[in-house]
Design a protein around this ligand. Structure first.
Ligand SMILES: [Cu+2]
Length: 110
């Protein structure tokens, strides 16, 4: 009986790992009147997150972060998908590079 326990535990661990890998964490953020909604976005640490950025303004934006290295144009009234992380816990900045002075947000990873 004892001989079966270790392979059983290993199988369960493998399946759990595979399930965690397959589960795509997703998040969404919008741009409206050149502001991020929400302005503070929270995602889990240590996981890759699929982030959809929706631009509800008619003019293009550029979703950019030096902290987590993303730079992608979001067409007016359009949307893009970017993959973020896995990141360590902390606070990361991002902005719209086309309106850098006014359009900023924070990514909280925890
Ligand atoms: Cu840029």
């Amino acid at each position: 009986m004892q001989r079966l326990i270790l392979p059983f535990i290993m199988t369960v661990a493998l399946l759990a790992g595979a399930a965690a890998w397959a589960a795509d964490d997703t998040a969404e953020i919008a741009l409206k009147d050149h502001q991020f909604v929400p302005q503070v976005l929270t995602i889990p640490a240590g996981k890759q997150v699929k982030l959809t950025v929706k631009n509800e303004d008619a003019t293009p934006a550029e979703f950019e972060s030096h902290d987590f290295r993303v730079e992608k144009v979001v067409p007016g009234n359009g949307q893009i998908v970017v993959y973020i992380g896995p990141l360590q816990a902390g606070t990361y900045g991002f902005f719209d590079d086309f309106h850098e002075d006014t359009t900023k947000g924070k990514l909280v990873v925890k």
